[in-house]
Design a protein around this ligand. Structure first.
Ligand SMILES: Cc1cc2nc3c(=O)[nH]c(=O)nc-3n(C[C@H](O)[C@H](O)[C@H](O)COP(=O)(O)OP(=O)(O)OC[C@H]3O[C@@H](n4cnc5c(N)ncnc54)[C@H](O)[C@@H]3O)c2cc1C
Length: 461
């Protein structure tokens, strides 16, 4: 892209490309009016506010291919965007890139109840994929609180996790095939309804988690799962992380299948209650609250046999939305309560390290002056915690990120468990990957997108 010094210069430089893009997708789907573009260039957290030469909304894969080919000829970078619910700033253009929105790729094509797959456009939301699967007595294997807006292309591009990983694995485990457009406009199709297919490299697996840097995903073929017929949900007050993990172990050994296992703290529950006006879920206040959903038997008897672990508990038959609300309202309540965009650090440690990591982190944060307000919650089964620091001024974000991620690295963890690297974590990637690893990633990227036009500012740059 030509050096852009001001918005006026940028408009002039982009004009011929935008005219070409309007010919491809129709003028109504090339947005450059700042008022129309504003919502696309601000991320969900409010931390990232960028600028795009235009928002382009192709209606099918052919149009995506033509748009990318035109941008490639013009040497103009492109940032793909789905539902814009990402939490690491990866979907936000910051320097006048073209923002390619996939929201019009919104066809649920087929649900195959025999092969248990769904074929759909990348812009279909998770909630719509779930509804389509449920109409056939099946379910979609990924679920997360952003389901109404997050798209299938987005969850594949970020390899999203969510609340069902403990049962079904992450998004990568659900991907059977993809159609994706490469930076130069060529369409890559790996689309076979096969449970086993070992011909060469796993390219759908490679695109999963590539955060818009290797291709624009236009269609996905994803696995569906058989839902549990009956589930039970409990909120369980426990003394510490070790007790919560031991309880999960006992539930599994008692023949229960874990459908979800989420950990919250007393501070997190208090914050959600204040924002949503909810009653205390348990009669006793405990340092940690475990939300557990199981199938394959009741919860009450296993909990009753664990008085050494359970301080207090409430059990309801699934889906128990009333109990889930305490967990699902965390992300949004934290945003509502923080005076600045919350500093969100999605990390994982080996499960056995989680307790000592959290104790160490508490001590690190308490030693600071002023100590930041922290709310930590997350997916206990995978050792994946979301560390949220509230009211952090801009000039402390880097120092605090350094501190948390250094502790993660010291416990052998990952600086990004499920949200990706995006812009937010790019400078810390070396804490989780070796130089050679990063070098190989750069080579893969250079092979697929030598001019580095797709989401150029994120992942290894
Ligand atoms: C309330 C809330 C709860 C959340 N809970 C979870 C959770 O439990 N687990 C979890 O993992 N995440 C969670 N998230 C984060 C977010 O929802 C996921 O990262 C989701 O996968 C993003 O999907 P999206 O369609 O919004 O993608 P976007 O935000 O639009 O984009 C995310 C990244 O993917 C790229 N991208 C998007 N679409 C495409 C495409 N078609 N082709 C190529 N690249 C593309 C973008 O360039 C960007 O880098 C949550 C977010 C919110 C707001």
């Amino acid at each position: 892209m030509a050096a852009v010094e001001s918005r006026d210069n940028q408009v002039v430089a982009a004009a011929p490309l935008l005219a070409e893009l309007a010919d491809i997708v129709g003028a109504a789907h090339v947005l450059s009016d700042p008022d129309l573009v504003a919502g696309y260039v601000t991320d969900w957290t409010g931390q990232w506010r960028g600028a795009a030469a235009a928002v382009v909304r192709p209606g099918d894969a052919d149009e995506v291919a033509a748009v990318l080919a035109a941008c490639h000829r013009a040497g103009w970078p492109v940032v793909p965007q789905g539902g814009n619910t990402g939490l690491v700033g990866g979907s936000i253009p910051m320097e006048g890139e073209i923002l390619l929105s996939t929201t019009r790729l919104d066809q649920v094509e087929t649900v195959d109840p025999v092969g248990r797959t769904i074929a759909a456009g990348a812009g279909v939301t998770v909630a719509r994929a779930q509804a389509a699967a449920r109409a056939h007595g099946l379910d979609f294997g990924v679920d997360l609180a952003s389901r109404e807006s997050a798209t299938l292309g987005g969850i594949v591009a970020t390899n999203a996790g969510g609340i069902r990983v403990v049962k079904h694995g992450d998004t990568r485990r659900q991907v059977v095939g993809v159609e994706a457009v490469l930076a130069d406009g060529r369409v890559l199709t790996r689309w076979k309804h096969l449970a086993k297919d070992n011909v060469g490299y796993d390219l759908p697996g490679l695109l999963t988690g590539s955060e818009g840097t290797l291709a624009v995903i236009t269609r996905v073929l994803m696995r569906l799962v058989v839902p549990a017929t009956e589930t039970q949900v409990a909120l369980v007050g426990v003394l510490d992380v070790g007790s919560a993990l031991t309880l999960l172990d006992r539930l599994e050994r008692a023949g229960r299948t874990l459908e979800a296992a989420e950990l919250m703290t007393a501070d997190g529950i208090a914050l959600v209650r204040a924002v949503h006006g909810l009653r205390a879920p348990l009669s006793e206040d405990t340092e940690f609250v475990l939300l557990v959903e199981v199938s394959g038997g009741t919860l009450a008897e296993v909990l009753a046999e664990a008085p050494d672990l359970v301080i207090d508990a409430v059990v309801e038959p699934g889906p128990a939305r009333r109990l889930w609300e305490y967990r699902e309202a965390h992300t949004e309540s934290i945003s509502a309560e923080s005076a600045t965009p919350p500093l969100k650090l999605d990390i994982s440690t080996p499960v056995g390290e989680l307790a000592s990591f959290l104790l160490g982190l508490d001590a690190d944060l308490a030693a600071l002056d002023p100590a930041p307000r922290a709310i930590t919650f997350g997916h206990l089964g995978e050792g994946n915690m979301h560390v949220n620091l509230l009211d952090v001024p801009d000039d402390r974000r880097e120092e605090l990120t350094d501190l948390v991620l250094a502790r993660v690295a010291a416990h052998g963890g990952s600086i990004s468990a499920e949200h990706g690297v995006g812009r937010a974590k790019a400078q810390w990637i070396g804490l989780s990957r070796t130089e050679i690893d990063i070098d190989v990633m750069r080579s893969v990227r250079a092979a697929l997108d030598p001019a580095k036009l797709l989401n150029p500012a994120i992942l290894p740059s």
